[in-house]
Design a protein around this ligand. Structure first.
Ligand code: GLU
Length: 296
């Protein structure tokens, strides 16, 4: 057990908690408690057009109703732009990040001309047009250069060994967007380090971002946290439950029911006799520890 364990739940306030995000919140809380560590909440509100006013406070209330209260006051990413700018400046000064003038159309055209159009999750893999400079055009976005050998391997505490060649599979990815907003990848890496996060526990849909984040941690000289990605909750159509596909906001008037459901997704079935969310959580901690035996 490490006394210096620091974990976090980092919701984007695009709506209230749903059954899927509660699983991630619960797993991160249990893992922190099982390590006798700290559990923080960070509101990831950098993608302002997707944020719903008031959803941040709703999420914090929902968590509290389920017995999960952060050990430190929550932070809001929208107030931390100066930190992200510092990190971007440091990468740019060292030639690791570069400004990019390309529109989506420019990228599509360059890819078509090279006959190497590659797409990933509906995004075109950037062909590297602006690596050699802007050639008189004005900067729109900033990207991390992935020129060097960028195969990243890492060990997920639940999923096991993982590997991704970021240059090949993702390409030079955006750190600051053309609309001036900070990209998730940069903000999350800067904040996890600034907050001393040792362990990241989050939904499996985010696992694919991990290699990019490790590449950034290395480029910025930051400590590498450990990772654990939790199973997703699937909707009736078999797709990942998300706010985007209409997941129901949780009714927290029955927090014990919600905790039991979220616990079942994690393979935890504490005593049904728990009278309060706090009781249920207390019983779930050793079960989580037992489930992750040898993966601490
Ligand atoms: N804000 C991200 C989301 O809600 C999660 C970020 C993370 O846990 O790394 O999808």
């Amino acid at each position: 057990m490490e006394a210096d364990y620091r974990g976090r739940f980092a919701p984007s306030p695009t709506g209230p908690l749903h059954a899927g995000s509660l699983v991630a919140a619960l797993a991160s809380w249990l893992d922190a408690r099982a390590h006798q560590g700290q559990w923080l909440v960070r509101i990831e509100d950098v993608d302002t057009p997707r944020c719903v006013p008031g959803a941040d406070h709703t999420i914090l209330e929902q968590l509290a109703q389920c017995g999960m209260v952060p050990d430190e006051p929550p932070v809001w990413q929208s107030q931390r732009g100066a930190l992200y700018q510092q990190a971007l400046d440091s990468l740019t000064t060292r030639g690791l990040a570069y400004p990019c003038a390309c529109t989506r159309q420019d990228i599509a055209r360059a890819l078509a001309a090279s006959g190497h159009a590659r797409e990933r999750h509906g995004e075109l893999v950037y062909p590297g047009t602006c690596r050699s400079g802007l050639h008189g055009r004005s900067a729109r976005a900033w990207r991390l250069g992935t020129r060097t050998d960028s195969r990243i391997t890492w060990q997920d505490r639940l999923l096991g060994p993982q590997s991704q060649d970021v240059a090949q599979e993702v390409g030079d990815f955006v750190l600051k967007r053309a609309d001036g907003l900070w990209a998730y990848q940069l903000a999350v890496v800067v904040d996890d380090a600034a907050q001393g996060i040792t362990d990241i526990v989050r939904g499996e849909d985010l696992a694919d971002n991990t290699a990019r984040q490790i590449l950034l941690q290395r480029a910025l000289g930051l400590p590498l946290p450990r990772y654990l990605h939790t199973p997703l909750v699937l909707g009736a159509n078999g797709e990942k439950l998300s706010k985007q596909n209409g997941a129901q906001a949780l009714d927290t008037s029955e927090p014990l029911v919600l905790l039991r459901q979220a616990g079942a997704v994690l393979g935890l079935h504490p005593d049904t006799a728990a009278a309060t969310p706090q009781d249920w959580l207390r019983q779930a901690v050793p079960r989580w520890a037992a489930r992750l035996k040898n993966r601490f």
